[in-house]
Design a protein around this ligand. Structure first.
Ligand SMILES: C[S@@+](CC[C@H](N)C(=O)[O-])C[C@H]1O[C@@H](n2cnc3c(N)ncnc32)[C@H](O)[C@@H]1O
Length: 243
């Protein structure tokens, strides 16, 4: 089941019932520089160098403090919360998570196969802060390492598109089949596609009309793919195996 809405998540999150979501995974808008996620070349981190209104970052000015408490309210007690961030925003995100009453387990690393040039080491990773509400619960596969080596997406539908393989690891470690997973900043819908592949219910919000349509098209195509697989399976079970 996919339940999505186009609009401002600060408003849409207020419509969710308290404790109604089993897991939240999100890659929210945050400050970026013209050179990429963390900048790093002379002066690129100045506020007026932050990208506004283009390149997929038209809406990157929502404050963490505006939506984190709303996520906390929607998440069930014991539910896990994953939020992606960059070097520039890590400290602020950790502070705001604490203010919103989340407990932080640890910060995971997504190690990519590409990198962004930088005078102070080239950036080839992103942070995923792993937090929870209330009671601490373990993940499903305790053998998962905190550094996740997953290749970046090729031919991206969104400048910040995340690999389905990465999202599936987080989803399958922190929820069970038919659980409800929320992504309030879904972009091109990677979390939702991973939910469809992992048999989880998905609730997603996106403010940008173009990305909302891209995400919806991806969900429809993934649902079509699943139906085709089901049909093949039924046909093979009925007529296969030497019959
Ligand atoms: C970093 S991107 C997410 C990309 C996503 N992980 C993917 O795989 O495509 C963040 C998204 O949040 C959206 N956004 C920004 N402000 C928003 C708001 N107030 N409400 C809902 N969506 C918002 C942006 O349009 C952008 O697509």
């Amino acid at each position: 089941m996919i339940n999505t809405k186009q609009g401002n998540s600060v408003e849409l999150l207020k419509g969710l019932e308290s404790n109604s979501i089993d897991l939240i995974i999100t890659d929210p808008p945050y400050k970026t520089t013209k050179r990429g996620n963390s900048g790093g070349t002379g002066g690129m981190l100045k506020e007026d160098n932050f990208i506004k209104g283009n390149g997929g970052f038209a809406n990157n000015d929502v404050k963490f403090s505006e939506w984190l408490p709303l996520c906390y309210n929607a998440l069930r007690d014991g539910g896990h919360f994953y939020v992606m961030t960059n070097n520039k925003c890590l400290k602020e995100m950790l502070n705001e998570l604490e203010k919103a009453k989340f407990n932080v387990f640890k910060t995971l690393i997504w190690a990519k196969d590409n990198c962004i040039t930088n005078m102070y080491y080239m950036d080839s990773h992103e942070y995923i802060i792993f937090a929870y509400k209330g009671k601490a619960n373990k993940i499903n596969n305790c053998g998962t390492r905190s550094v996740l080596n997953i290749p970046n997406c090729k031919n991206k539908l969104h400048p910040s598109e995340k690999p389905i393989e990465l999202m599936k690891i987080l989803i399958e470690n922190s929820s069970k089949e038919n659980d409800v997973v929320l992504d309030p900043f879904m972009g091109s819908g990677s979390t939702g596609v991973a939910c469809l592949k992992s048999n989880r219910k998905f609730v997603g919000f996106e403010i940008d009309e173009n990305y909302y349509k891209i995400a919806t098209d991806r969900f429809n195509s993934e649902k079509g793919e699943e139906k085709r697989k089901e049909k093949d399976f039924t046909q093979n079970s009925l007529f296969g195996d030497g019959m």
